[in-house]
Design a protein around this ligand. Structure first.
Ligand SMILES: CC(C)(COP(=O)(O)OP(=O)(O)OC[C@H]1O[C@@H](n2cnc3c(N)ncnc32)[C@H](O)[C@@H]1OP(=O)(O)O)[C@@H](O)C(=O)NCCC(=O)NCCS
Length: 182
């Protein structure tokens, strides 16, 4: 468990997969700027088993309620160490700073436990909320990736952000003692 002030991140277990798949399948949770996806429970289970696939964490409030997820995965799928993150919150819990805290926890955790030289995130040009989250955690905008993803029937320009290990410097929420490797 990665513990913050208002939210905790908990690695997903098999029993969380129905909730995870439900959120990914729901456009109102996955968001208007992500591709439409359908994910079966079997696909979600396969994902948990593969070292190259998404590693999803549940974002939970301090009372244990589940409000969304944050994932990390390898940018280059063959022998790469570079990591990317992605996240979504249920609509009723947005705008309260939870994703910013979850992202800071994930960045601390990844730099403390993985060898990655940077962490990147890719977001739709119009996804201002996501871009604000990244900026608040210290990510910098690298540029526009033209026609990169097929989203809702069209090839869409995306913005790529990253934070380098040397820009992060030190954990902001976790400490060197509390980070665990998953
Ligand atoms: C992106 C998302 C995860 C952000 O979560 P969140 O918990 O609401 O984020 P926070 O509350 O920590 O911060 C949001 C920031 O964006 C700002 N913001 C939100 N909507 C905005 C808008 N339409 N225009 C400008 N700023 C906006 C907020 O004011 C806040 O910034 P501030 O603290 O400087 O005021 C959430 O909107 C979501 O789940 N969206 C759908 C899924 C998605 O798009 N995921 C990202 C894919 S890359």
């Amino acid at each position: 468990m990665l513990e913050g002030k208002n939210v905790n991140l908990r690695i997903m277990e098999k029993e969380d997969l129905p909730q995870f798949a439900e959120w990914v399948n729901k456009p109102e949770v996955f968001g208007e700027y992500n591709p439409l996806r359908v994910m079966s429970k079997a696909e979600a289970e396969k994902m948990l088993e593969s070292p190259l696939e998404l590693k999803p964490f549940m974002i939970e409030k301090k009372d244990g309620s589940k409000i969304g997820f944050i994932t990390h995965f390898y940018v280059l799928h063959v022998a790469g160490k570079q990591l990317e993150i992605g996240y979504s919150l249920v609509p009723s819990e947005r705008g309260k700073g939870y994703c910013t805290e979850a992202t800071q926890l994930m960045v601390d955790y990844l730099f403390l436990s993985k060898e990655t030289p940077y962490i990147q995130a890719v977001t739709h040009l119009k996804n201002v909320a996501s871009q604000r989250v990244l900026e608040k955690v210290g990510f910098k905008k690298e540029g526009i990736m033209r026609k990169r993803f097929y989203i809702r029937g069209e090839w869409t320009d995306m913005v790529i952000f990253s934070i380098l290990r040397e820009e992060w410097k030190e954990p902001k929420i976790l400490t060197r003692k509390t980070s665990e490797s998953h």
